[in-house]
Design a protein around this ligand. Structure first.
Ligand code: SAM
Ligand code: DTB
Ligand code: SF4
Length: 335
């Protein structure tokens, strides 16, 4: 690991100037360094993010993932943002596990609309063994359609990730959600280490890691720097980094939180891009509440993936038609 005993500003300069000479997976990012990025004048930050983005990616290509809720609502956890927690009264209707046929027809439709990845989410604390068996059938069937597969099922016990991997799972989504120091203000039914343990299970099973967080939960800029530092310092950092803007759902504890300024959201995307150059950074939840112009700035800041389809898990997402129109306006290609 590169140890650099200089001031944050100096080392930030070294990282940014010599990015082609260093093995970026070996680099550790300190919170003060990420804070310096977040504090840059907006234009400077976006410029730096674009430089990194263009070194590592096609600047006009965006990857499309479609989400489906395999099992909805009634979750025993207390995540303060989540409409699916049983303890909050949000009007989400509980739905038992979908059938294999329902999954296959949703995945077929997603593929025909242009998605390259199909992500299956379940409102569980973690899957039971019988759930894993059914999930492996779904993963194999979706994979057989020629789609990349992703699942987000909560905490995994030893051995479960291997079963999913053997079924053909390409990505597992498990978010750190926020910085460690404010984590227990948001969730108390599991801790940061639980999350890190699941991420390690996923890594050890050879599945790509999809891990990001939520901004707009009332956190400070310093906490956003803390979240990005946690993600960027995972060794290796995640292949896919979803940055969600909190979707405020009535009945959840976080409903009524002061709405985060969009430029803070875009800054967070830029910091993720700069610190995790090879990752796919996904402009995730909250897109329905964003104007086209804000979304365009997110792409400029280095986002190169979105959730595509009229629904996220329980909340709305822009319609496929309007995304296609936006991509045309911006000259973006998709895969
Ligand atoms: N139950 C599993 C778990 O929590 O790991 C998987 C599904 S859970 C809904 C997946 C992720 O969705 C959460 O970790 C969180 O980052 C995100 N999420 C949930 N509700 C959200 C909201 N209202 N706004 C933004 N992101 C949200
Ligand atoms: C992620 O980071 N965001 C997605 C996906 N991973 C599973 C979920 C967003 C959920 C938004 C609230 C809802 O629709 O229930
Ligand atoms: Fe349950 Fe996941 Fe929602 Fe938390 S985020 S309440 S674990 S469905």
């Amino acid at each position: 690991m590169a140890t650099i005993n200089q001031s944050p500003a100096k080392t930030l300069d070294i990282k940014l100037k010599k990015s082609s000479d260093i093995n970026e997976q070996e680099i550790s990012w300190s919170i003060p360094q990420i804070r310096l990025l977040l504090d840059l004048p907006f234009n400077d930050l976006i410029h730096r993010a674009q430089l990194v983005h263009r070194q590592h990616h096609d600047a006009n290509a965006v990857q499309l993932s479609t989400l489906i809720s395999v099992k909805t609502g009634g979750c025993p956890e207390d995540c303060g943002y989540c409409p699916q927690a049983a303890r909050y009264h949000t009007g989400v209707e509980n739905q038992g596990m979908l059938s294999l046929d329902e999954i296959v027809s949703a995945a077929t439709a997603a593929k025909s609309q242009g998605a390259s990845r199909f992500c299956m989410g379940a409102a569980w604390r973690g899957p039971k063994q019988r759930d894993i068996v059914r999930m492996t059938e779904m993963v194999s069937a979706v994979k057989a359609l020629g789609l990349e597969t992703c699942a987000t099922l909560g905490m995994l016990k030893p051995g479960q990730a291997t079963q999913l991997s053997e079924a053909g799972l390409d990505y597992y989504n498990h978010n750190l959600d926020t910085a460690p120091e404010i984590y227990d203000e948001i969730i108390t039914t599991r801790n940061y280490q639980d999350r890190l343990n699941t991420l390690q299970e996923v890594r050890d099973a050879g599945i790509n890691v999809c891990c990001g967080g939520i901004v707009g939960m009332g956190e400070t800029r310093q906490s956003r720097a803390g979240l990005i530092a946690q993600l960027a310092n995972l060794k290796p950092y995640p292949e896919s980094v979803p940055i969600n803007h909190l979707v405020q759902v009535e009945g959840t504890p976080l409903y009524g939180t002061a709405v985060l300024d969009s430029f803070e959201f875009i800054r967070t995307i830029a910091a993720a891009r700069i610190t995790m150059p090879n990752a796919m950074v996904r402009l995730s939840a909250g897109r329905q509440e964003m104007s086209e112009a804000i979304q365009a700035l997110c792409f400029l800041a280095g986002a190169n993936s979105i959730f595509y389809g009229d629904k996220l898990l329980t909340t709305g997402n822009p319609e496929v038609n309007s995304d296609q129109t936006l991509f045309k306006k911006l000259g973006l290609t998709s895969r």
